[in-house]
Ligand binder design. Structure first.
Ligand code: FAD
Length: 454
């Protein structure tokens, strides 16, 4: 019997959790979550934005309750992982630490260091795959695909294993290490409390993720035709649950496969959903190959792109964009949805990002940072990959000349203006801050000046 710490990170669930299951099968288990602080070398995961911190609070509370219902506990600790883990292990006599691997570069650097250093503390460090369908080093000998379609074809041809069950039993250790109180971490906003819309929209946690998946399964057959429509609740809205690992991609894929099993003619719905999960994998693989994804363009030529100079005018344009005061209805509706609910429909994310980077010619990193702070699903891979894709500098990106026209997009994807009316209500509408036609021409000229060569 080995007492083991299970260090939970972006995998806040009991089912399909290989680290938890392996530890539970070997003996007593001490589940741990660490609010990580940078280590002596400054290494650590990217600090969460405000909306994601709100989510994390809810997710940890739910996980703590689920563990308590099984006679276990969630131990909370703060600090650099390299200090916290040996301390907790000593306090409960653990001989091993299990975790599920993560691909975020700062977190990975911590994990690599721990794998090397924990044996000196008498601790075996065991890592598992849980958060991706396919890890990057299993693809083409670690040479990432740069184009999505061949990656997707390859992924679609892979057999996926069925999800694992939650451990039947979680044995408590002879002695529990001390835990901090979740409230002491102050992850939720107080003064002001801006999280009312988040609370009204979401319930974090594994059980809520399963509920949301169940709701999605009722409408999944319509997903291929309707997934681009922000006025319909046609997508899964699983993104924050996937981001925090309250559900694994394998569980989501498996459930959709089972639900559609009785309707073989709807194989296209499974393919369409799995294709979006494949974008998630593709983004993670990009981040793994290019750790600077959130700050540097993947196509080096874009380092020369003539963005608008960072002056008062640029800041005023950014403020209008981020606060939903551009005077362009689809954009302002999307930014209102984001501000209220911490989420925005994918189609509107693309159009809003295009307006910022092309019509307004503001750096994509500004938009990425705003989304990072305001999205409940803010993801270290999907967010920068999404921004780079729209800006034209990412892997297999939209060609730069594809400048979304928000008005055409609105009439195509929100044909009865239901989405725009819902989020704009009776607000006074400002005049447009930018002329769509001339700004598009200016963006294309700037792109030409940059010289492609990427
Ligand atoms: P569904 O359509 O139900 O898709 C299922 C799952 O597949 C999603 O939950 C998500 O995990 C994944 N997925 C879907 N579309 C994409 C995509 N284009 N790229 C990567 N994964 C995808 N997604 C995030 O999870 N976090 C982010 O921070 C994020 N930032 C984005 C920024 C921009 C500028 C853009 C254009 C896209 C961004 N996306 C991000 C991708 C996408 O918009 C969301 O994943 C999607 O809107 C979530 O809604 P859903 O769960 O209903 O998606």
């Amino acid at each position: 019997m080995t007492t083991a710490l299970v260090w939970l990170r972006d995998d806040l669930r009991l089912a399909d959790n290989p680290a938890l299951l392996a530890a539970a099968q070997a003996g007593p288990v001490v589940p741990v979550y660490i609010l990580e602080e940078p280590d002596g070398d400054g290494q650590g995961p990217r600090p969460l934005g405000g909306a994601a911190r709100w989510w994390l609070h809810g997710s940890l509370a739910a996980l703590g309750e689920a563990l308590a219902a099984r006679g276990s506990r969630l131990i909370l600790a703060r600090g650099p992982a390299a200090e916290v883990i040996p301390r907790l292990a000593a306090a409960c006599g653990a001989q091993a630490v299990h975790w599920n691997r993560r691909l975020e570069p700062g977190g990975q650097a911590v994990d690599r260091h721990l794998k090397a250093s924990l044996p000196a503390h008498g601790l075996a460090a065991v890592s598992h795959r849980a958060n991706l369908l396919i890890e990057p080093w299993r693809v083409r000998d670690g040479q990432p695909y740069k184009v999505f379609t061949p990656f997707w074809r390859w992924l679609a041809s892979q057999e996926l294993a069925d999800p694992l069950p939650a451990p039947a039993r979680l044995e408590a250790p002879a002695e529990w290490p001390p835990s901090e109180a979740l409230d002491a971490w102050a992850l939720r906003p107080t003064a002001p409390d801006w999280a009312g819309g988040l609370r009204a929209t979401w319930t974090p946690g594994e059980a809520a993720a399963a509920d949301r998946l169940g709701t999605f399964l009722d409408t999944v057959a319509g997903y291929p035709e309707q997934r681009d429509r922000p006025d319909l609740a046609a997508t899964s809205r699983l993104s924050p649950h996937l981001r925090f690992g309250e559900i694994s991609p394998r569980q989501a894929d498996h459930a959709v496969r089972l639900a559609l099993g009785a309707q073989p003619e709807r194989a296209d719905a499974l393919a369409a959903f799995r294709r979006q999960l494949a974008w998630r994998e593709f983004s993670c693989h990009q981040l793994h190959a290019f750790p600077a994804l959130a700050s540097q363009p993947l196509k080096p030529a874009f380092a020369r792109f003539p963005w608008r100079p960072d002056d008062d005018h640029a800041r005023a344009l950014f403020s209008a964009w981020s606060r939903g005061r551009t005077g362009i209805d689809l954009i302002d509706a999307g930014m209102a949805e984001l501000w209220h609910s911490g989420w925005m429909h994918n189609r509107v994310r693309m159009v809003a990002a295009s307006l910022l980077t092309k019509n307004l010619r503001l750096p994509w990193q500004w938009g990425e940072a705003w989304f990072w702070d305001t999205l409940v699903d803010a993801d270290p891979a999907n967010n920068p990959a999404g921004w780079q894709w729209v800006a034209g500098c990412g892997a297999d990106a939209a060609p730069f000349f594809r400048v979304f026209n928000p008005e055409t997009q609105a009439s195509r994807f929100d044909p009865t203006a239901t989405y725009r009316r819902h989020w704009l209500g009776n607000r006074q509408r400002p005049p447009p801050i930018v002329n769509l036609k001339t700004s598009r021409a200016e963006a294309l000229a700037a792109y030409k000046d940059m010289g492609e060569g990427a």
